[in-house]
Design a protein around this ligand. Sequence first.
Ligand code: NAD
Length: 268
Amino acid sequence: MDKPAIGIVGCAGRMGRLMAELILARDDCRLAGGTERPGSEPVGQDLGTLAGGPPIGTVVGDDPAALFAASDVVLDFTSPGASVAHVELAANAGCAHLIGTTGLDRDALAAIRKAAERTAILQAANTSLGVNLLLALVEQAAAKLSESYDIEVLEMHHRHKVDAPSGTALALGEAAARGRGVALQDKADWARHGQTGARESGQIGFAVLRGGDVAGDHSVIFAAEGERVELGHRASSRAVFAQGAVAAGLWLAGKPAGLYAMRDVLEL
Ligand code: NAD
């Protein structure tokens, strides 16, 4: 494959614009196009202008099937409903599909697994190198530290975020549970309020903060009698997710059908 063609669904979103800007600045790939919701304001606008640069003569479309057919890989940071619809289009077109959308429920994840039998799909709640390294470290720490270390996952994001806890916080909880050899759904304590009683041993607690323009702060705390181990990551700019997504998209283009993760890209 010479210069892979990268499409972006949801190209007018915060992540969509950043990824378009990065792709346009690279010379090892090309922007196949971008789509937005039919009838929405960005449809028909020049993609280059939307990404903060000069016009490129390609406008935002509203036909995702055509975009999947014209791309080697499509980057998808939209909404859970849209990503589930897109995954079917990716499988039909045999186009690689990177899904960064968070808030995916069990049915959405099942639809992704099914479509991955027909095309290459990478699903990642967080595309930054640092967070993916953190996931590996948390799994390792949870495997080494006994249940006398209480695990708490803490996250903070900007005021516009619509799902909670963040996909990354959930992935960190899953990593901790995997390290402990337990299932997260059996151990998660999602929120505390009022007369909660004492903390149950072995639980994995979550706390969520929202405000301002925070790009994404995560920490995992292992608290025992007499000491506390804290592993954390702070993203100071969303660009780190966009860079990771474009790099992972290029890695995914042309791969055989299957469900991939960032740890495959980063060889963690
Ligand atoms: P955003 O609201 O700025 O952008 C989403 C865009 O998708 C919007 O422009 C919206 O119009 C568009 N969209 C929705 N449905 C569509 C459809 N059917 N067809 C075409 N476009 C459609 O949000 P954002 O901050 O860019 O985040 C988007 C998603 O990515 C969220 O789920 C967020 O949590 C997730 N996210 C993931 C990472 C990561 O590293 N994986 C990083 C940042 C954000």
